[in-house]
Ligand binder design. Structure first.
Ligand code: CTP
Ligand code: MG
Length: 250
């Protein structure tokens, strides 16, 4: 945070882009993943609330399934969301990267920090969101929340046929590895440039910044920021929500 008065410097403004256009193939048949319910509320609404919970976030841009923008707009109208935050909905693309780009394309002027947050991480706590924003505002142009790994990781030569034995190529030292989460936070201009420059297929936004040769830093993530990917993750997410409800005082 800067000590300068608002008269000499306009306040930093942060937007969150939420890619929610995936099908959720690994979750199995059903509605697009972001629209599936967790304890009765769509995962996407949980994710939007998680971003809007940060007082620093003044705009949330939701990237809807390409044929689902109207449905997502209706969901936003149906659910209670903080009024101090603005909301935009745009249709997404074939890949996560294209979907994030569609969100960046509608960023209004005046936003200088951008978060990119998976709709599939509906339960990230606000302290994690704020930690990422603070690190960007403190001068790191690209910030990712991450956790140490529980499992040892092996690099293999992937088998041509799934299920066949795969030769191990290497075992990176676990203590040096981190499992990265979202929201990832960026200087706006840097993230836009990364998305305009890098065309390789990547699985997160920070790796595009790395490909530009620019530094990315890791800050502490949170267990509850896990990604809902497979059916068991739905069970875990609903258990986390039930625990929160119990702790919120019954
Ligand atoms: N996403 C997106 N547009 C795509 C693909 C993915 O906006 N074309 C979003 C997903 O909606 C999700 C996030 O990117 O919020 C992370 O992707 P992932 O967890 O892989 O979700 P899906 O692609 O939906 O799941 P799967 O890979 O199992 O199909
Ligand atoms: Mg996917």
């Amino acid at each position: 945070m800067s000590d300068e008065s608002p008269a000499t410097r306009p306040p930093a403004r942060t937007a969150a882009v939420i890619p929610a256009a995936g099908r959720g193939v690994r979750l199995g048949p059903g509605a697009p993943k972001a629209l599936r319910a967790l304890n009765g509320t769509p995962m996407l609404i949980h994710a939007i609330r998680a971003m809007a919970a940060s007082r620093a976030v003044s705009l949330v841009i939701v990237v809807a399934p390409s044929d689902g923008a109207a449905e997502v707009k209706a969901l936003l109208a149906e659910h209670t969301l903080p009024e101090r935050t603005d909301y935009l909905v745009v249709p997404g693309g074939e890949s996560r990267q294209e979907s994030v780009k569609a969100g960046l394309d509608v960023l209004p002027p005046g936003i200088d920090t951008v978060l990119v947050h998976d709709a599939a991480r509906p339960l990230v706590p606000v302290d994690t969101v704020d930690g990422v924003i603070e690190a960007v505002r403190a001068g790191a142009p690209a910030v990712v929340p991450a956790l140490p790994l529980a499992d040892t990781v092996k690099e293999v030569e992937p088998a041509a046929t799934p299920g066949d034995p795969e030769p191990v190529v290497a075992t990176p030292a676990r203590a040096r590895l981190r499992a990265v989460q979202t929201p990832q936070g960026f200087d706006r201009d840097l993230l836009v440039r990364a998305h305009e420059t890098v065309t390789d297929n990547v699985t997160d936004d920070a790796s595009m910044v790395e490909q530009l040769g620019l530094p990315v830093v890791v800050v502490p993530g949170h267990e509850e920021a896990f990604k809902v990917t497979r059916p068991l993750d739905l069970v875990l997410a609903e258990a986390v929500l039930a625990r929160r409800r119990a702790n919120d005082g019954f």
